[in-house]
Design a protein around this ligand. Structure first.
Ligand code: PLP
Length: 445
C-alpha cells in the first residue's frame, strides 16, 4: 500500500491512489522501510534516525541507467547529496562513477570503492593545490575546471607530478532553471563555471600546457529542476561549443551534462520517475546525437534524483504545545539534522509511523525541533492526524542533502544512519556521542 499523505491533503486516504517508489510503505497500518517495521528500528537504533532503503536506491539507479542505455554514458553519482560510505559502495557495485567537489569526497570514494577512482569527475570553484595533487595522484577521470586561475594551478600541479590531466571546462550556459535561487547555478550571475564566450580561448591556452589535455565540455545548471527544457537548452549550447572545440583540434571525448534532476516532495503531485527519466534522457541526448560519430561519452551527475526518495528521517514527538492559536509539535530532530526546510523553504511530507484506526481528527501545527532558533522547523503548518507524545514521525524524501548537511549546532550529536535491505538492517553510521564532539577541543587557560 502506498504511503499516506498527511500533509497538504485533508484526507490521507486519498493518497492510496498515489504510488511511491518501494522503500517506505504501510503494512498493517505501520510504516515499514523495505521489509522492516520502522518503530522497531527506532527502538533499536534510537531517534532521530536516518533510514535508507537499498531497494529504492537500486531501483532509482536502474531507472536512470535504463533510460540512457542506448548512448555511451556513465552515471557519476554526486557524492555531496549523501556521502555515506555504504551508500557509495552500493552504487559503485552497480557501476556508478562519482562526482566530487572536495578532496574529502575523493577520500570517501577511495574508502568506499578504490577502483572507482578512475570514474571520478572533480567539480567545484575552489579546488586547492593539495586537492588537485591528490586527484592527480588518484588517477581520476576528469577535472571540471571552473576558472582560468584553476587551469594554471592544475597545469603547474600536473607538471610537478608529471601526470597528464584530462580536463573539461565547466561552462556557464546562462539558462534559467526554475528552482530555489540558492540551488540555481547556470546563470551568468552565479559563481560557477566560465562564460561560454571565453571557453574557446581558455581551451586554446590549456592545450599549450604539456600536462593538460582538453577532453570535454561540462556544465551543471542547478538542482531540483522538474522541467526538462533547461537541460535541453543547456545541452544544445554544450554541443555547439563541443563542435567548435573539435574544429579547433581538441579531442572532445566527454560531454558532462551535470546533475539537477528534481523529484516530487509531495505525494499528491507525484512524478512517475520512469517517465521523467525518459523525458530527461530525450532532452539531453537529442542535441548530443546530432554530433558526428564517434559521439562523446556522456557523463551525468545525478544526486538527489537517486537518493532523496530512498531516505527518511525518523523523529519522536517530545511535546505538544500551543502558543495562543498556534500549535507546535516539538520533535527530537531539528534543523541541525535536516536543514532543508530552514535553508531552502523546502517542504517535506511528514507522516506518522502508526496509522491509528479511528483517528480522524486533523491538526495543523508547526513541526519544530529543540534548536534555539525560530528558523528551526521541519515543517510549517503541517496537517497531520492528532499524534501523541512519544509517537514516531517519518519525514519523507530526506535521503539527499539531509545527513550530508547535518551539523552539531547546539552541541547536538548527529544521528545514526541505517541502511535497510529487505529484512536486514545495517548500521552504516553510529550515532555520535558527546565524546566524539568534544575530542577535537581543548579547554585552555
Ligand atoms: C550538486 C551537484 C550535482 C548534483 O545535483 P543534484 O541536484 O543532487 O542532482 C551535480 N553536479 C555538480 C557539479 C553539483 O555541484
Amino acid at each position: 500500500m502506498p504511503i499516506a499523505n498527511c500533509w497538504l491533503l485533508p484526507c490521507y486516504n486519498l493518497s492510496l491512489m498515489f504510488t511511491r517508489p518501494p522503500g517506505f510503505t504501510y503494512k498493517n497500518d505501520e510504516l515499514h522501510c523495505d521489509g522492516l517495521a520502522i518503530n522497531k528500528l527506532a527502538k533499536k537504533f534510537g531517534t532521530p534516525l536516518y533510514l535508507y532503503s537499498a531497494t529504492a536506491i537500486r531501483e532509482r539507479y536502474r531507472v536512470l541507467e535504463g533510460a540512457f542505455h542506448h548512448v555511451k554514458h556513465t552515471l557519476c553519482y554526486s557524492v555531496k547529496a549523501n556521502s555515506n560510505l555504504s551508500i557509495l559502495r552500493l552504487l559503485a557495485g552497480m557501476g556508478a562513477g562519482f562526482d566530487i567537489v572536495s578532496g574529502g569526497e575523493l577520500e570517501r570514494v577511495r574508502r568506499a570503492h578504490k577502483k572507482s577512482l578512475s570514474k571520478v569527475v572533480f567539480s567545484g570553484v575552489g579546488k586547492t593545490a593539495d586537492e588537485l595533487r591528490l586527484a592527480l595522484r588518484s588517477g581520476i577521470l576528469l577535472f571540471n575546471v571552473e576558472s582560468e586561475g584553476e587551469l594554471e594551478l592544475l597545469a603547474a600541479c600536473a607538471a610537478e607530478l608529471r601526470k597528464v590531466a584530462d580536463i573539461a571546462l565547466r561552462v556557464n550556459p546562462d539558462v534559467p532553471a526554475e528552482t530555489h535561487p540558492y540551488i540555481s547555478t547556470g546563470l551568468r550571475e552565479h559563481k560557477f563555471g566560465v562564460p561560454m564566450s571565453s571557453a574557446r580561448e581558455l581551451c586554446r591556452r590549456a592545450a599549450q600546457h604539456k600536462y593538460l589535455r582538453v577532453a570535454g565540455v561540462s556544465l551543471h545548471i542547478g538542482s531540483q529542476i522538474g522541467d526538462v527544457t533547461p537541460f535541453h537548452l543547456a545541452m544544445e549550447r554544450a554541443v555547439d561549443l563541443a563542435l567548435e572545440l573539435l574544429a579547433d583540434g581538441h579531442k572532445i571525448r566527454f560531454i558532462d551534462a551535470g546533475g539537477g534532476l528534481g523529484i516530487s516532495y509531495n505525494s499528491s503531485a507525484p512524478i512517475e520517475f520512469n517517465d521523467l527519466a525518459h523525458r530527461y534522457e530525450e532532452a539531453i541526448t537529442e542535441p548530443l546525437l546530432r554530433m558526428k560519430k564517434p559521439i562523446p561519452h556522456l557523463l551525468l551527475e545525478p544526486g538527489r534524483s537517486i537518493i532523496a526518495p530512498a531516505g527518511a528521517l525518523i523523529t519522536r514527538v517530545l511535546y505538544l504545545k500551543r502558543n495562543g492559536n498556534k500549535r507546535f509539535t516539538i520533535v527530537d530532530a531539528a534543523m541541525n539534522d535536516l536543514i532543508r526546510p530552514s535553508l531552502y523553504q523546502a517542504r517535506h511530507e511528514i507522516t506518522p509511523v502508526n496509522l491509528v484506526k479511528g483517528r480522524s481528527e486533523r491538526v495543523q501545527s508547526d513541526i519544530a525541533g529543540p534548536v534555539c532558533e525560530s528558523g528551526d522547523f521541519l515543517a510549517r503548518d503541517a496537517i497531520l492526524p492528532a499524534v501523541a507524545q512519544g509517537e514516531n514521525l517519518c519525514i519523507l524524501d530526506a535521503g539527499a542533502y539531509g545527513m550530508s548537511l547535518a551539523s552539531n549546532y547546539n552541541s547536538r550529536p548527529r544521528s545514526a544512519e541505517v541502511l535497510v535491505d529487505g529484512t536486514r538492517a545495517r548500521l552504516i553510521r553510529r550515532r555520535e556521542t558527546m565524546k566524539d564532539l568534544l575530542q577535537q577541543e581543548a579547554a585552555c587557560l
